[in-house]
Design a protein around this ligand. Structure first.
Ligand SMILES: [Zn+2]
Length: 160
């Protein structure tokens, strides 16, 4: 008699394409018991998967209600992190857009002020001295005029 069936031969028999295994199983009680145990285990597994996969309408309605309750009972401050970051980015962009200072506009009728400024600059350039020294120049001119007329005291110490 041949040795007991291997796992591969049992698998072939379960798939229904093992003629040699059939003859062995008829004669060998050990292999027949193992094959029946395998067949029973597969049947139980199929039933388990079937019951898990087939849910009735009540189950799905209950799931829907539970999910709704979880969403409604979320803490009020709870927001997904991605949503918070996206909102912050949008708010930042809007703030930057709104607070950006507009380009300074040139008021109309500014030509007169420009002409006055240009005239001041031209007169400053035409002077021999800076306008800040104008009082000193004026004093110097008056003093030299008085000296030439002999009415002013001579402040030079050279002729003591
Ligand atoms: Zn056997």
């Amino acid at each position: 008699m041949k040795a007991h069936l291997s796992d591969e031969e049992l698998a072939e028999w379960l798939r229904g394409c093992a003629v040699e295994a059939e003859s062995h199983l008829r004669e060998c009680a050990d292999c027949r018991a193992e094959a029946e145990a395998l067949r029973a285990a597969i049947r139980v597994g199929r039933q388990w998967v079937g019951t898990r996969a087939e849910r009735n309408q009540v189950f799905w309605m209950r799931q829907q209600r539970l999910i709704r309750e979880r969403i409604e009972h979320r803490p009020p401050g709870f927001l997904p992190r991605g949503l918070v970051l996206a909102t912050a980015a949008v708010v930042l962009c809007v703030m930057l857009f709104l607070t950006r200072s507009p380009r300074p506009t040139v008021p109309a009728g500014n030509d007169d002020a420009d002409n006055v400024l240009l005239q001041q600059v031209e007169s400053e350039v035409a002077q021999d001295y800076p306008s800040a020294l104008a009082p000193a120049v004026l004093l110097s001119q008056e003093r030299s005029a008085a000296l030439s007329a002999g009415t002013a005291p001579n402040l030079n110490r050279t002729n003591r």
